[in-house]
Unconditional design. Structure first.
Length: 197
């Protein structure tokens, strides 16, 4: 008997998390991305309820006060968060939810789950996966190879990466992204095993 999962995936910048998550989602129709809330304005063709749930700062804050979020954070002056009800409604129809969040967000999710009943679908189906680059050198090569950031930004990202990698032990699974296809297969296997356990 399969059951839906709440899959949290974290990784330092440059480890290939977004690429891996996109591949897994393309491969497995029973896993969908969690739609986050944000206080920022829609960009381009973004649609409310599809790309994000767009909330006013006051709405967002009142949801925080009500304890509605599994996790939330403020980044560059805008708030982002995942509502418990969003995840719950997806899992209620038998689909698994994938959250692509940083280590602080993952920590918030774990804390939120500790306050829920042990038979709650989110607690039962919780799986966390940390994606690692094969080495700090490989991470540096990837960040520099992107050609997107100034050197000081790359150094800051590497500093953050070292701190994030120190949190890898808090995760049930660690996947080393040395080979994209193999790492993707590993994640798909984890999901398959966990939905049956």
């Amino acid at each position: 008997m399969k059951h839906p999962l709440l899959i949290v995936v974290s990784a330092p910048s440059g480890a290939g998390k977004s690429t891996l998550c996109d591949r897994v989602l393309a491969d497995d129709t029973d896993v969908i991305y969690s739609v986050s809330c944000t206080t920022r304005a829609p960009r381009g063709s973004e649609q409310d309820g599809v790309d994000y749930n767009f909330l006013s700062p006051d709405d967002f804050e009142s949801r925080v006060q009500a304890g509605d979020f599994l996790e939330y954070a403020t980044v560059h002056g805008n708030s982002y968060g995942t509502l418990k009800e969003t995840v719950r409604s997806v899992m209620a129809v038998g689909k698994s939810v994938m959250m692509d969040i940083d280590v602080q967000g993952a920590c918030q999710v774990r804390d939120a789950l500790k306050k829920m009943p042990s038979d709650d679908a989110m607690v039962v189906g919780f799986v966390d996966i940390f994606i690692k680059a094969p080495s700090m050198e490989a991470l540096r090569d990837r960040l520099e190879g992107r050609g997107e950031d100034e050197q000081d930004v790359i150094e800051k990202r590497l500093e953050n990466a070292a701190e994030e990698m120190a949190c890898a032990d808090a995760y049930k699974y660690t996947v080393i992204n040395d080979n994209l296809n193999m790492a993707c297969e590993q994640i798909i296997n984890i999901i398959e095993e966990e939905t049956r356990s």
